[in-house]
Design a protein around this ligand. Structure first.
Ligand code: APR
Ligand code: PHB
Length: 391
């Protein structure tokens, strides 16, 4: 374990691993410190829609071979409500598309590249603490395999997710938090069954929202909206499939192929932004700085764009001695973050049943869906946000 590095990266989720790879490719020394094991990190099932900005970032990091071979290009999505499906054709509307490739696979590919690079990565680190990031000589201390370590660095990248130590190390008086917690979550099931349709189906139904997604031609990922208080143990596979079927249009309900769940879990829905995203020599990136509800499929993509800006800022600093991009980091990220927050909040409001919604709110929601599917302009607005705004 080195005692000093240029950039100490906290967290080996997609943000930390991608940053490590982009810096390594640029010849900038870095160390990644992760509190869990690699298996634990890979066991977390998360979303799987990649914007082209994210695909390009992975290509720049040299980890796009499997993604290019196995990722599924999707030219649109379907919206389902009142028993009928309406296709939104991204390709026809704006000439762009998205790639379906699980975050777990992105993480696996990045871990393999890290191992191949030989750059240091510490798993199962405990007591990770950040020190002196308001000075020119930050340090990170942690314990690993029974001994205490101290790592001196130029910069700390806080890529340790929503519950990480990085944001928590910043005095509360230095941050402003913006937050919305939704009164529902998503119960998700992964199954070794062919997807019900070629594209994703986002369904708005009286019983609640449902989403039909996939990981491959033989593996499906489905979600149903449940109250925030619900527990996954209360849902047998049969109960899940019945509830999903009840929320789909008749053709999809008929076509749905069910099977045993490989994974079943509930994710709460939250919108969250921490401003700013830089404190002295500590930079927050990804879920450490912001959370979006999964409805717009933006979480992983925002993490990737933060990390691209941060990598470019660090490269400009080290290669040209130019601090301008690092100085602009927080403001540049937050402009993009807030647009994704807006889109994710809007998609969530459009498609979910809110427990406190009255009859008026319900009619407005139906009118918004009718307007959307009937208006090319509205479809184009959805499409350009879903495939991703320019980096
Ligand atoms: N010390 C070291 N590592 C930590 C600490 C800590 N104190 N706390 C958390 N971590 C690790 C976690 O174990 C996790 O592996 O930081 C990592 C953060 O990874 P993610 O939560 O995946 O966050 P991020 O890399 O920003 O990726 C964002 O994940 O939650 C989804 O929707 C989100 O898809 C988006 C993506
Ligand atoms: C997923 O496949 O897990 C997924 C897809 C789209 C979303 C959210 C999750 O909006």
């Amino acid at each position: 374990m080195p005692r000093a590095t240029r950039v100490a990266i906290i967290g080996a989720g997609p943000a930390g691993l991608l940053l490590g790879q982009l810096l390594t490719v640029a010849g900038i020394d870095n160390v990644i410190i992760e509190q869990r094991s690699a298996e634990h990190v890979l066991g977390r099932i998360r979303a799987g829609i990649l914007e082209s900005v994210t695909v390009d970032a992975l290509a720049r990091a040299g980890v796009d071979q499997r993604l290019r071979a196995e990722g599924l290009r999707h030219h649109g999505i379907e919206l389902s409500y009142r028993g009928a499906r309406h296709r939104i054709d991204f390709h026809a509307l704006i000439g762009r598309d998205v790639t379906v490739y699980g975050q777990t696979e992105v993480t696996r590919d990045l871990m393999a590249a890290r191992a191949a690079s030989g750059m240091p990565i510490v798993y199962e680190a405990t007591d990770v603490s950040l020190h002196d990031f308001d000075t020119d000589r930050p340090r990170v201390t942690f314990r690993h395999a029974g001994s205490a370590h101290e790592l001196a660095c130029d910069y700390v990248a806080g890529c340790d997710g929503f519950h990480g130590v990085s944001r928590a190390s910043v005095p509360e008086t230095s941050t402003r938090i913006f937050e919305r917690v939704y009164p529902f979550g998503w119960l998700g099931v992964l199954s070794e069954t062919p997807p019900v349709a070629d594209e994703l189906i986002y369904a708005s139904h009286e019983r609640g929202f449902a989403l039909c997604s996939m990981r491959s031609k033989t593996r499906s990922r489905y979600y149903v909206q449940v109250p925030a208080t619900e527990r996954a143990e209360a849902w047998s596979d049969a109960r899940f499939w019945d509830e999903l079927r009840a929320r789909l249009d008749p053709a999809a309900a008929q076509a749905l192929v069910t099977g045993p769940s490989i994974e079943k879990s509930i994710a709460p829905l939250r919108s969250f932004v921490c401003e700013p995203m830089r404190f002295g020599r500590l930079f927050l990136a990804g879920d450490a700085a912001h959370i979006v509800p999964p409805t717009g499929a933006k979480g992983l993509n925002l993490a990737a764009s933060d990390v691209l800006y941060l990598a470019d800022g660090l490269i400009a600093q080290y290669q040209r001695g130019d601090p301008a991009e690092l100085d602009a980091y927080s403001a540049k990220c937050l402009r993009r973050v807030w647009k994704a927050e807006r889109f994710s909040w809007w998609m969530t409001a459009l498609l979910h049943r809110f427990p406190d919604a009255d009859a008026f709110a319900h009619r407005i929601q139906q009118a918004e869906l009718d307007y959307l599917v009937g208006s090319e302009a509205a479809c184009r607005a959805l499409a350009e946000n879903y495939v991703g705004l320019p980096a």
